[in-house]
Design a protein. Sequence first.
Length: 342
Amino acid sequence: MSTTAEQLKKAFAEKMAQAKSLSEFNELRVEFLGKKGVLTEALKGLKNLPEEERKETGKQLNLLRAEMENAISEKITACEEAARAEALSKIVPVDLTMPAAEKLGSLHPVTIIQREIEDIFRSMGFIIEDGNEVETEYNNFEAVNIPKHHPARDMQDTYYLDNGQLLKTHTSAAQNRILRKYGAPCKVLFPGRCFRNEALDASHENTFLQMEGMMVGEDVSISNLVYFMKLLLTEVFKREVKVRLRPGFFPFVEPGFELDISCLICGGEGCPTCKNSGWVELLPCGMIHPNVLTMGGVDPEKYTGFAFGLGLTRLVMMRYGIKDIRTLNSGNLKALSQFGTK
Ligand code: FA5
């Protein structure tokens, strides 16, 4: 072997024996094989050697370059594997099939009751539907027999969008779409968030939930309506609750009723929740107006139907004895998490 090749081989072997870390091996690669590395320089100097010596030394230096490259690459790969193994050894293994160790969250009280009522109605053959939160003025008002300039619109002031649509004021806004979708006969329950520009107090929020039910068929009567509403209240309260039915006006039902429940916060004595009346308005209802059926594509000569618009948020207040409706939208976990998970 030529003296140059021999010296380089020896120097490289010594430095390799001392190097330990990834960065040291990378430095060695630069020192010997880099653009200005010692071996590269030796290769460049070949041109100054006599012909017969140049050939042999060139061959030896090229072989040496391959050996160095392999030796450094092997060491670098070993360093990288060791680093990866060390990092992996620090990861705490996670068993995704284990039950959560942390405390689970809880369902919002409105969700708990909403699911309970949906289960009751589903078991009686009702379809559960979803309504939109942003609605057309037509669906929210005209399609439920509240034409423009009708005084009933004043009761449901809401938030209008620039495109003329609005945040729905009641779940009845979905009646037309549902009648058109299912036709007659049909039994549908459709809960939803409603919005009103209201003066807020213990029983009025600007954002609250209603749950609407509709049954349309050939012989549907007020008896069916009363039966379903009684059943709903008995199932939710699991005890006898005092109710009163009084005439109520809604342009989309004829006749229309208001079903009030004796205030369960004060036992009917009078409190801020019931505005000292002893009663809470909970379940307005009635027989669907023929105009609404017609607009929904259902023949009012052949079919009749009932509809109710349960104030779901208020029902939850009565069920759990929550005095102020604002608690339910407060995001106060201390108050809201005590109703249990489900
Ligand atoms: C309506 O919204 C009718 N669409 C209900 C209806 C449906 C009648 C089908 C007949 C047939 P009303 O505006 O009364 O009706 O509201 C219904 C219920 O929603 C009320 O009884 C009350 O429990 C609840 N509610 C109304 N406004 C608010 C509010 N600002 N905050 C909380 N709950 C409210």
